[in-house]
Design a protein around this ligand. Structure first.
Ligand SMILES: [Zn+2]
Length: 98
């Protein structure tokens, strides 16, 4: 059984990466710059950033015209988004002094 978060109750508890995405702000609350030089906020990384354009090409274009909270529950978008946030987190953890 799938349980989707409600708009006013977005905590899932068990999936910290997904939680980062559905809050829609800075990744892990850190004041980082994206690889492209923009502020690294969830919306930028997942919807706008050219660094992730190749991954984004696999998604339906209509998804990218919506707000994140409208598409984040879709299984395909969730997988895409969690993979990117996990990658960013793992790369920071491996090189935290960067
Ligand atoms: Zn960027």
């Amino acid at each position: 059984m799938l349980i989707y978060p409600e708009m006013n109750n977005t905590r899932l508890g068990t999936d910290s990466y997904y939680n980062q995405i559905i809050t829609g702000h800075r990744i892990f609350g850190k004041d980082y710059k994206c690889q492209c030089g923009e502020d690294e906020i969830i919306k930028h990384v997942l919807i706008e950033c050219p660094v992730w354009g190749q991954q984004r090409d696999k998604l339906p274009k209509t998804w990218l015209e919506k707000e994140i909270h409208e598409v984040v529950h879709l299984p395909g978008f969730k997988t895409y988004a969690v993979n990117i946030v996990k990658y960013l987190f793992d790369s920071r953890s491996a090189n935290w002094t960067d």
